[in-house]
Design a protein around this ligand. Structure first.
Ligand code: BTN
Length: 240
């Protein structure tokens, strides 16, 4: 994975959206200062300048249908978890694609896919990993960083190198969707068969359920007593 480091940009995802084909696929565009980093659900992504890795790269996958696009999330989440393990950090994936260590978030992923004709033509994959930041503003409810967990600072270039290597290997596995999906499900946060509290967004109902399955489409199945319910992203909230 090639790397381009830029001192400051609004958002590395937006940078790649605007750059079009002037940046080669599989190039990591990394900026240690995003002025308008974007998160999921229209949120912003907090990252203290110079402390963390905020980067994006894009791929032009072959033959992935829109209904199968969740496989890209799975591959990316697995790559991040594998890279963190190199540093001794055991992370899990909080469905659909937050990376958690215990009950804290160490990494967020924002994937923006473009569809052309029947398949995904281009996928911009934005990743924010908390590396050396130790104080977070209060609106981020449960952040953690490598430095908080391991008690020392890391060289951002070294971390980027290792993550790039794992991303390369996992992106190559996109043609083995069964294996990726199996490994993703094995690494689910709160996927241990116990019951946890959830809130259904539409009704506001709070209930206890266990994660029963994740479909290839990315839908989550929860089991509460004998009832199974199927949820899309944003339709269900994990209570921390
Ligand atoms: C989330 O809300 O959890 C997703 C956060 C994704 C943040 C990354 S940082 C690099 C890339 N550029 C952005 O503007 N967002 C993503």
């Amino acid at each position: 994975m090639n790397q381009i480091w830029i001192a400051s940009t609004e958002s590395t995802n937006s940078y790649l959206q605007e750059a079009g084909d002037s940046v080669k696929p599989h190039t990591m565009v990394i900026s240690s200062n995003q002025t308008h980093g974007r998160g999921q659900r229209g949120n912003s992504w907090e990252s203290e300048p110079g402390k963390n890795l905020t980067f994006s790269f894009y791929i032009k996958p072959e033959g992935i249908l829109p209904a199968e696009q969740f496989i890209i999330s799975e591959a990316v989440a697995l790559a991040i978890m594998a890279a963190l393990r190199e540093f001794g950090i055991v992370a899990k994936v909080k469905w659909p694609n937050d990376i958690y260590v215990d009950d804290k978030k160490i990494c967020g992923i924002l994937i923006e896919n473009s569809i052309l004709g029947p398949s995904i033509y281009k996928s911009i994959i934005g990743i924010g990993i908390n590396v050396n930041q130790t104080l977070f503003r209060s609106d981020a409810p449960n952040p953690v960083s490598m430095a908080i967990l391991l008690g020392k600072d890391y060289d951002l270039r070294e971390v980027a190198q290792i993550i790039g290597r794992y991303l390369d290997s996992y992106i190559k596995l996109l043609d083995k969707p069964d294996a990726l999906h199996f490994e993703y499900k094995k690494n689910l946060w709160r996927g241990d068969g116990n019951k946890y509290p959830f809130i259904e967004t539409s009704s506001g109902n709070r209930f206890f359920a266990k994660i029963a399955d994740v479909e290839r489409t990315g839908h989550l199945y929860l089991q509460s007593d004998d009832k199974f319910s199927r949820y899309a992203f944003k339709e269900i909230i994990f209570v921390l």
